[in-house]
Ligand binder design. Structure first.
Ligand code: SF4
Ligand code: SF4
Length: 173
């Protein structure tokens, strides 16, 4: 039986601003037709379905699909093309962003998001400085990589609760 998450429904309906209510979606499919990710990956990615599942509160169904293939949600590049073409003016990219945040908080995001976030907290950057990169910088005459204030990065991540989200991701592995 499909479970309805009323909280997700409320959050998604509440976040729509300027009258671009998600209930105005009539499933025309224009967002999907013009989405560059969908054009490349076909049935693996469909913003129209994401909007429908959000409006119906099918969070678990959506997250279960994400578990089978993270591309279902994380394939979105946030290019906002769908927002521009939606005849109902729905802010689809915001909905997808909200769902991504919910997935992170539930430990349902792909492992590499948590791993990259942890690398940023530990080293101030997702890709730590490497000898090969430094050598290339020297060749290009742009000097050594700037020093990252790792403590400041860590403080910001702790203040925003990002450290807790990274922990949640770690426990779900
Ligand atoms: S383009 Fe807008 S109205 Fe059409 S399916 Fe997508 S979200 Fe719904
Ligand atoms: S924002 Fe995401 S869903 Fe919308 S067109 Fe771009 S890739 Fe597709």
């Amino acid at each position: 039986m499909v479970k309805i998450d009323l909280n997700l429904k409320c959050v998604v309906f509440d976040m729509m601003v300027g009258g671009h209510d998600i209930s105005y979606c009539y499933q025309c499919g224009r967002c999907n037709d013009d989405c560059p990710v969908s054009a490349r990956w076909g049935s693996r990615y469909n913003p129209k379905d994401i909007v429908l599942f959000s409006a119906l509160g099918y969070k678990e169904a959506l997250f279960a699909a994400v578990k089978r293939d993270s591309f279902v949600l994380w394939g979105c590049t946030a290019c906002e093309t769908c927002d521009e073409v939606c005849p109902s003016g729905i802010h689809i990219t915001d909905i997808i962003c909200l769902l991504k945040n919910a997935a992170v908080a539930a430990g349902a995001a792909p492992a590499y998001y948590y791993d990259s976030s942890k690398a940023i907290m530990d080293a101030g950057m997702a890709i730590p400085v490497q000898a090969a990169i430094e050598k290339r910088r020297e060749t290009l005459g742009i000097g050594a990589s700037p020093k990252i204030p790792v403590d400041e990065v860590k403080t910001i991540m702790q203040a925003t609760g990002a450290d807790k989200l990274i922990e949640i991701g770690g426990t779900k592995k």
